[in-house]
Design a protein around this ligand. Sequence first.
Ligand code: ZN
Ligand code: ZN
Length: 145
Amino acid sequence: MKIVVSRIPPEGLNEHAAYDPSTMDMDRSDIQLKEPFEVDAAIVKADEEVVVTAKIRAPLHMTCARCLEAFTSVATPTAVFSYQAHAADVIDLTDDVRQEIILAYPMIPICRPDCKGLCSVCGQNLNVASCVHRSAMRPSDSAAS
Ligand SMILES: [Zn+2]
Ligand SMILES: [Zn+2]
């Protein structure tokens, strides 16, 4: 999204844009962007400063760190960017929005809070079925409050 400073009216400006992430080098080994992400930006100008409030919506395709299944989750960070701006400037939000989405990536993707993960002995996905090793290692049952 490019903002032409001279075209920002006194009452501000709202802009919407969709970005194709395929050329933006945003993928991590366990997180990929396979679909466009969207930005709703509220743009205001005050003196020599342009302030942009960007509501971002980015579908993330992730691999669960516990059970290794693929799942999708939508990141919706809101960011406020401010730029020193002169009337002749054109502000390009793209790289700031890209950074904001990467900052919103979970440190460790988990498909759901109670994901049981894989059996450490046989590799069975314990969300799908239990296995013979399961009864020997169920910390969640003994920790009931
Ligand atoms: Zn999982
Ligand atoms: Zn097992």
